[in-house]
Design a protein around this ligand. Structure first.
Ligand code: TYM
Length: 345
């Protein structure tokens, strides 16, 4: 069957969002909401795969929702909700725990990074994390998933799970009226733009991340204008002027990162930025970068703060999103139960 185009993506409510989240994923979320049916989730069940203080988690779920809206997601156009309010995510994840193979999960590099040396002490949830992510997407039979580069391997796993489910249950799927035997689509990753992998401002070989102990490594949407400008001024660079061509980035990851960020913030591509700044000193380029970063992040941060002052409004957006999300996910989960051979209520 031809699957209806449907977009799904999510972010973890762990701390505040940063420039990597915004440029790597959210810019595409915002763009896509004008063309497609879009479902954007605050993935709180993923957050608890590592310890979260309950009061901070509660605040972060609302805070990330406020940031979604502040960045430009329109709760009338897109469905905005938090994962734990739609029980189909956890339900389908269990079915996928029984479809995915241990060998597949053993290959997940993010688990290896997050569990570190003390693997025995990692939660089972952290290990099964990618199965829940596949369930997030496939509970809506979503076809497109805009994410940053670091989620690529998880998306490949989601595709493998969809395919194995279709293969394992093909006879039932056909009997349920799907002539080609495909109940789940294979979701396509949407990883595009000049900043699909934003790097740390302190080390151009490390990803910008919420968990980096150095706050100077990232720009948070909660940072004020002075902080943003100071972080960019302190960002690691090298003594050479900016190159005039992309080939000139060889061995200069920090330069490449800052130019990518500038391109993404100004809606240009990297050659255009190098056309303007190639041959110039970083001191000049950093001033221009600080200006555009302060403008964008400052605007989002101020609006998120304003929205966060009204938790009643945020909760009403989530309640409306939950209702609309469940209207899609419940019938799909009912069909999954029929296909697998479970009796539904
Ligand atoms: P999370 O919460 O770590 O990140 C949210 C989004 O931001 C992107 N991102 C980045 N992009 C570019 N450069 C960076 N430095 C950077 N850091 C983060 C991520 O790629 C992601 O798109 N597992 C997911 C959340 C998730 C999900 C899903 C995503 C759960 N279920 C279903 C899509 C579909 C995660 O931990 O993202």
């Amino acid at each position: 069957m031809a699957f209806k185009t449907r977009v799904f993506s999510g972010m973890q409510p762990t701390g505040s969002l940063h420039l990597g989240n915004y440029l790597g994923a959210m810019v595409n979320w915002i763009r896509m909401q004008d063309e497609h049916e879009c479902i954007y989730c605050v993935v709180d069940l993923h957050a608890i795969t590592v310890w979260q203080d309950p009061a901070e988690l509660r605040a972060a779920i609302r805070g990330v929702t406020a940031a979604y809206i502040a960045a430009g997601l329109d709760p009338k156009k897109s469905i905005l909700f938090n994962q734990s309010q739609v029980p189909e995510h956890a339900e389908l994840a269990w079915v996928f725990n029984c479809v995915a193979r241990l060998g597949w999960l053993n290959r997940m590099t993010q688990f290896k990074e997050k569990a570190g040396k003390d693997r025995e002490n990692a939660s089972v949830g952290l290990y099964a994390y990618p199965n829940l992510m596949a369930a997030d997407i496939l509970a809506y039979r979503a076809t497109h998933v805009p994410v940053g580069e670091d989620q690529k391997q998880h998306l490949e796993l989601a595709r493998d799970i969809a395919q194995k489910f279709n293969n394992d249950f093909r006879k039932e799927i056909v009997a349920q009226g799907y002539a080609d035997g495909n109940f789940f689509p294979q979701p396509d990753p949407v990883i595009t733009g000049p900043a699909t992998r934003v790097m740390s401002l302190r080390d151009g070989t490390k990803k910008m991340s919420k968990s980096d102990p150095s706050d100077l490594s990232r720009i948070n949407i909660t940072d004020d204008a002075d902080t943003v400008a100071r972080k960019i001024q302190k960002a690691k660079t090298d003594p050479e002027p900016l190159p005039s061509e992309q080939a000139g980035f060889a061995g200069r990851p920090e330069a490449e990162n800052l130019v990518g960020i500038y391109a993404a913030l100004t809606g240009q591509n990297v050659p255009q930025v190098l056309g303007e700044f190639g041959g110039q000193q970083f001191s000049i380029f950093k001033k221009a970068l600080a200006e555009v970063a302060t403008q964008t992040m400052g605007r989002i941060g101020a609006e998120a703060k304003r929205l966060s002052a009204d938790p009643g409004y945020i909760d009403s957006v989530l309640a409306d999103g939950t209702r609309r999300a469940r209207a899609i996910a419940t019938p799909i989960m009912d069909e999954v139960k029929d296909i697998v051979g479970l009796l539904r209520a």
